[in-house]
Structure formats: C-alpha cells, structure tokens
Design a protein around this ligand. Structure first.
Ligand SMILES: N[C@@H](CCC(=O)N[C@@H](CS)C(=O)NCC(=O)O)C(=O)O
Length: 205
C-alpha cells in the first residue's frame, strides 16, 4: 500500500494527501516532521537526505518533493482524469506547479511563519508586510487567470488546482486583511466542495 510520511500541518504533505484522495489510491500516512521527529533518523534520511516531509513509498518506489509526488500519483493512478495526455494541456498545468513552488510559496511563506509559527513577542511585522507586498500581485494574477477559465489550467480540475488551493487555504487562514479576489473566492469554494479536498478544512498550525 502507498505509504506517506508527513505531518498534516505541512502544506506540502496536504497536497500529497489531497492528490492521493483525488486519485482514489488507498494509503497509510505516518506523522513525521517537527514535533513528530522521524525525519532525522538514519533510516528516513536514507530515503530522503533532505530530512523533510513529504516522502512516499509506493510498492518500493520511493519519492520526495511534494509536487513531483502529486504528479506521480495523478499520472499513475488517474491518468485519464487528472494527468492530461495532451502535452499543451499538461504543460499548462505544469507551469503553475513550478510557479507555486518557486514564486507563490516563496512570497507567502514568511507571513505564514510569522503569524502561525512565531510567538507574538518575537513576530516580525516588517517581514509580514514584505510577504504581503510580494503575495498580493500574485493573487491578482491567479484571480485574473480564473476570470478566463474555471480552473487554473483550463476547463478541468487538475494538479495545478491542488497545489494552488493549498496555498490559498494557508493565506486565507492568516489573521490579516484579504484583498478582493472574487474569482479566487468562487473557485476556492468549488475546491472546498470536492470530497477529496479534506485538507482544506484543517486549521493552520
Ligand atoms: N520542496 C520540498 C519542501 C519540503 C519542506 O520544506 N517540508 C517542510 C514541511 S512543509 C519540512 O519538512 N519541514 C521540517 C519538518 O517538518 O520537520 C517539497 O515540496 O516537498
């Protein structure tokens, strides 16, 4: 059976859990990372020398890097529904996968860390302001994208929706004002209605 290592408070683990649930593949999840430990053990590091979560073992195939895992699960278990054969459709979605990791996550991460993982007396409001300044134009880009089509990469739900909705879930959960993004809001409500999207109802921690 597919095994996933990672605590559910991690955005990167949430993506993987959601993808597995969308693909309909049964899995066992082991809490790992932060207070759960495990990631620093020699056995874990032998599989993931980054000592980070998530990590999967699928019948002996071991993989780390959350977006690579999302791609793998959808391509392997739901290729017709969730990993397009058509190269233009596929790479339309792939582009948003990379953008989420390299641009959106980098911009929004500091505000999350300051609000949720830093005690109030040590909170750096300058870092939060910089993170908001970096993130809001990116939210405007997503909002504009969703005026043109119902999902991040076209007509159909897919991997780009999973990774970007996990970022929106985290950003909307921060105790700070939100910009007006009506198209993100409508799309995000549809994401929350998906039975496989259980991670979108988790609290931030
Ligand atoms: N690029 C990696 C980043 C993985 C990562 O940074 N994981 C964090 C959680 S989101 C982690 O393992 N933190 C240390 C820990 O939980 O002990 C991925 O997408 O999988």
């Amino acid at each position: 059976m597919l095994k996933i290592w990672g605590r559910l408070s991690s955005i990167n683990v949430r993506k993987v859990v959601w993808a597995a649930q969308e693909a309909g593949v049964p899995f066992e999840r082991v809490d790992a990372g932060m207070a759960f430990g495990i990631v620093d053990t020699p056995a874990y590091r032998a599989h993931n020398p980054n000592a980070l979560v998530p990590l999967i073992d699928d019948g002996g195939f071991v993989l780390w890097e959350s977006n690579a895992i999302v791609r793998y699960l959808l391509a392997r278990y739901a290729p017709d529904r969730l990993y397009p054969d058509d190269l233009c459709q596929r790479f339309d979605a792939e582009r948003w996968m990379d953008w989420q990791q390299t641009t959106l996550n980098r911009a929004g991460g500091p505000a999350f860390v300051q609000w949720i993982r830093t005690p109030p007396e040590r909170r750096d409001h300058t870092a939060i302001a910089a993170s908001v300044t970096a993130t809001e134009p990116l939210l405007a880009m997503i909002d504009a994208q969703l005026t043109r089509q119902p999902h991040m990469a076209g007509e159909h739900f897919g991997m780009a929706d999973i990774v970007i909705a996990c970022e929106i879930h985290r950003w909307w959960g921060l105790p700070q004002p939100r910009p007006a993004t009506p198209h993100i809001d409508a799309w995000y409500r549809r994401m929350q209605e998906r039975p496989a999207a259980t991670v979108l109802s988790l609290e931030l921690s």
